[in-house]
Design a protein around this ligand. Sequence first.
Ligand SMILES: NC(=O)C1=CN([C@@H]2O[C@H](COP(=O)(O)OP(=O)(O)OC[C@H]3O[C@@H](n4cnc5c(N)ncnc54)[C@H](OP(=O)(O)O)[C@@H]3O)[C@@H](O)[C@H]2O)C=CC1
Ligand SMILES: Nc1nc(=O)c2c([nH]1)NC[C@@H]1CN(c3ccc(C(=O)N[C@@H](CCC(=O)O)C(=O)O)cc3)C=[N+]21
Length: 278
Amino acid sequence: MITLKGAAVSAKIKEQVDTLLTDLKGKTPKLAIVRIGERPDDLSYERGALKKMESFGLMGESFAFPQDITDEAFKEEFAKINENPDIDGILVLRPLPKQIKEKDIEHMIDPGKDLDGISPENIARVFAGDDTGFAPCTAEAVVEVLKANEIALTGKRVAIVGRSMVVGRPLSMLMLKENATVTICHTRTENLKETCKNAQILVAAAGRARMVDGSYVGKDAIVVDVGINVDKDGKLCGDVDFDSLEGTASMATPVPGGVGAVTTAVLARHLVSAALKK
Ligand SMILES: NC(=O)C1=CN([C@@H]2O[C@H](COP(=O)(O)OP(=O)(O)OC[C@H]3O[C@@H](n4cnc5c(N)ncnc54)[C@H](OP(=O)(O)O)[C@@H]3O)[C@@H](O)[C@H]2O)C=CC1
Ligand SMILES: Nc1nc(=O)c2c([nH]1)NC[C@@H]1CN(c3ccc(C(=O)N[C@@H](CCC(=O)O)C(=O)O)cc3)C=[N+]21
């Protein structure tokens, strides 16, 4: 089985970023990460994203707010960031606490700065197969991993486990644009295992530690693990039980070191694109 590493894909994206940067004539794009509270997965994504911006020669700043901030106060602060001409792109770490009306933020965010595709305008573009907006970075990262490894998608049976607005749903649309035949699975899916086993490319984005083992995988299938979970020993792990794939999958992405590293590279590319479009 071949391990599809994220670092090589991230390096390719860095080259694209370098090319885009030359068109910016010395201006350095700036990312704003908007976070409420101190959720561990938000903090680790923030850390990874800021590190990636630095290594790609871009700027990043975190705007953190207390867990109990009111909807009104947050909107006031968010509007300032949204309108700040020195900020080229925004990543809002989600989900937001329940007192914040997340829908309002989705409608407020400037689509040109909305790097993770949460605004109705960017979502509509993804569903229309129009690639001039911003798709959610993780969904795009999955397609990048496959393309960078020269894995053809046209005509292929793809199964995606997960239907969230940040991964499963937009990914199904990106796959469809690549002419794959897509099956979207979720908690109500009957015969989940058989459906997964029938796929030539299987994407796990369920958020369940090591749920997908070799028994879900067809012979020579390609497995992409989007999950980032912490197991009971406190270790970072994916939705796929990687070691159980030997003898079934032909290729698979690891966690850590797979899709996660590509997600932040896509975020960086979106940031430079946003700065260029301004
Ligand atoms: N690599 C990266 O950069 C990123 C990784 N992630 C990771 O990806 C994973 C998914 O994230 P996200 O989409 O936000 O998660 P959500 O919890 O929002 O969605 C999970 C989806 O998986 C489905 N699901 C859950 N359990 C099962 C099951 N047992 N069988 C079938 N379907 C199931 C759910 O179905 P239903 O709709 O029926 O409830 C839901 O559609 C997480 O581990 C997350 O940490 C997320 C973002 C970025
Ligand atoms: N709008 C929004 N989009 C998100 O995609 C989003 C979010 N909000 N809120 C939080 C969750 C969680 N999440 C993580 C991503 C990477 C790591 C992570 O650990 N990444 C490591 C690499 C892990 C690896 O190599 O696989 C890193 O970047 O260095 C953790 C968590 C994103 N999320």
